[in-house]
Design a protein around this ligand. Structure first.
Ligand code: ARG
Length: 457
């Protein structure tokens, strides 16, 4: 096809080079943003009498027609076009004749693509934030159901202190709330409109950049035209926010994988989110969460690709920057897929409360509470810590847990022990007594759930 930019060159590009150069196969997904941006541009050109108001109306109607036809499927994207910007302009000129050629006055593909990408990504942020909210809702509901379900809390993957499953789930909810904040912050900084920066140095026409920005829902314009077309910080910020979000999902996935194992058996992921093995009949594999963990690397890779692509290019636009889209689109698609399976998987997962409780009972996770018992009787913490450790050691050697060790044995370590020690080290008591703000007590977990739900309103 004849190139619209043929002029200085013949436009007679080698076929393989043409294919290499083109971005239509991945940037056509921005057709809506491209056309909406062009409509605002035509309106501005008309309002400023750079073209006549009648020509502006013709362009806007023509663009609307292309948008409608692409949406209905009546018009197909031409895969031999160089990119979505060229495709739309070409179609417009085909349909309107010479007036179509006026659309690109006081504009360049450099500011056009910077605009399209921002608009597209603002939509993606909204979609992704909606999916994060769905996951938060699922977490809050599950936590509510398990606010008194005792489980061992771990450090170093060693049983440490008693918590509840609800408390554990709310830890992930707090991470996801921060992810939402980061996405919102990213969206705020994306609120700067680059259209009108043109190729790099603005234009000699008397344009009104604020008019276009306002029409497209931006509250600010990019203040330096070179920066306006070169800036891809908004992509990096979104990729960073998505990388952190994926890191959270990946940690959660790792726990779900562990908890689903025969060694833990704390949860059972619903059949809808697991697979069987083609050879081992007993297997129920947590493939979805393993994929989430695996795809985290892919999103980090997208961030690295973008950082590396940008680090050495001079101002302003360089063709390297066409590489921005595949990375950021891949990250958005990946995150959306992961979130879409995660929320329903959490909602439908069975929690094996008995196994959690058993694990909590076997792990001496009330040893800190035993020490605290002695402290409450007046003993310094370090001394109490040492005695409790010796008691645990005795239990391990003699096959007891703290709950079953006879009182006489306790008394052989300290005369401070009395019959009320058993109540003090009861797991239910241990959790209930952890009343510090943010802790696992039922009241504290309830207030965490209320907080998360209030943020979702
Ligand atoms: N397809 C290009 C991109 O995605 C369009 C930008 C302008 N191209 C150019 N050669 N100035 O980055």
């Amino acid at each position: 096809m004849a190139k619209m930019w043929a002029g200085r060159t013949s436009g007679d590009i080698d076929n393989i080079a043409d294919d290499f150069n083109s971005s239509i196969r991945f940037d056509s997904r921005m057709y809506r943003e491209d056309i909406t941006g062009s409509m605002a541009h035509a309106a501005m050109l008309g309002a400023k009498n750079i073209i006549t108001p009648a020509e502006a109306d013709t362009l806007i109607d023509g663009l609307q027609g292309i948008l409608d036809d692409l949406s209905s499927g009546a018009l197909q994207i031409d895969p031999t076009s160089e990119d979505i910007h060229m495709f739309v302009e070409q179609k417009l000129t085909e349909r309107l004749g010479d007036v179509g050629k006026k659309l690109h006055t006081a504009r360049s593909r450099n500011d056009q693509v910077a605009l399209d990408l921002r608009m597209y990504l603002r939509g993606q942020i909204e979609e992704i934030s909606g999916l994060v909210r769905e996951l938060l809702t699922a977490l809050a509901d599950k936590a509510e159901a398990h606010k008194t379900t005792i489980m061992p809390g771990y450090t170093h993957l060693q049983r440490a202190q008693p918590i509840t499953f609800g408390h554990h789930l709310m830890a992930y909810a707090m991470m996801l709330l921060r992810d939402l904040d980061r996405l919102a912050d990213c969206n705020d900084r994306m609120d700067s409109c680059p259209i009108g920066c043109c190729a790099l140095a603005g234009t000699t026409y008397n344009t009104d950049r604020k008019f276009e920005a306002k029409q497209l829902g931006f509250s600010k314009i990019a203040l330096n035209s070179l920066d306006g077309v070169s800036d891809r910080d908004f992509c990096l910020e979104l990729l960073s926010a998505l990388s952190i979000l994926m890191m959270h999902l990946s940690r959660f996935s790792e726990e779900l994988i562990l908890w689903s194992s025969w060694e833990f058996k704390f949860v059972e992921i619903s059949d809808s989110y697991t697979t069987g093995s083609s050879i081992m009949p007993q297997k129920k594999n947590p493939d979805m969460v393993e994929l989430v963990r695996g795809k985290t690397g892919r999103v980090y890779g997208d961030l690295m690709a973008m950082l590396t692509m940008l680090k050495g290019i001079p101002l302003a636009y360089n063709k390297d920057m066409q590489e921005d889209k595949e990375a950021i689109f891949d990250a958005c698609d990946t995150v959306k897929m992961c979130l879409s399976v995660f929320a329903p998987m959490i909602s439908t997962m069975t929690v094996r409360t008995g196994n959690m409780r058993r694990a909590a009972q076997e792990g001496f996770i009330n040893a800190t509470d035993l020490a605290d018992y002695l402290v409450r009787k007046g003993m310094p913490f370090r001394t109490a810590y040492k005695i409790s450790g010796q008691i645990v050691s005795k239990c391990i050697t003699e096959g007891y847990v703290l709950e079953t060790l006879p009182l006489a044995d306790y008394k052989s370590f300290s005369e401070e022990f009395a019959a009320d020690v058993y109540k003090a080290i009861d797991l239910q008591t241990c959790v209930k007594k952890r009343i510090s703000a943010g802790g696992p007590s039922q009241k504290s977990v309830e207030s965490q759930i209320t907080y998360v739900r209030s943020k979702l309103k």
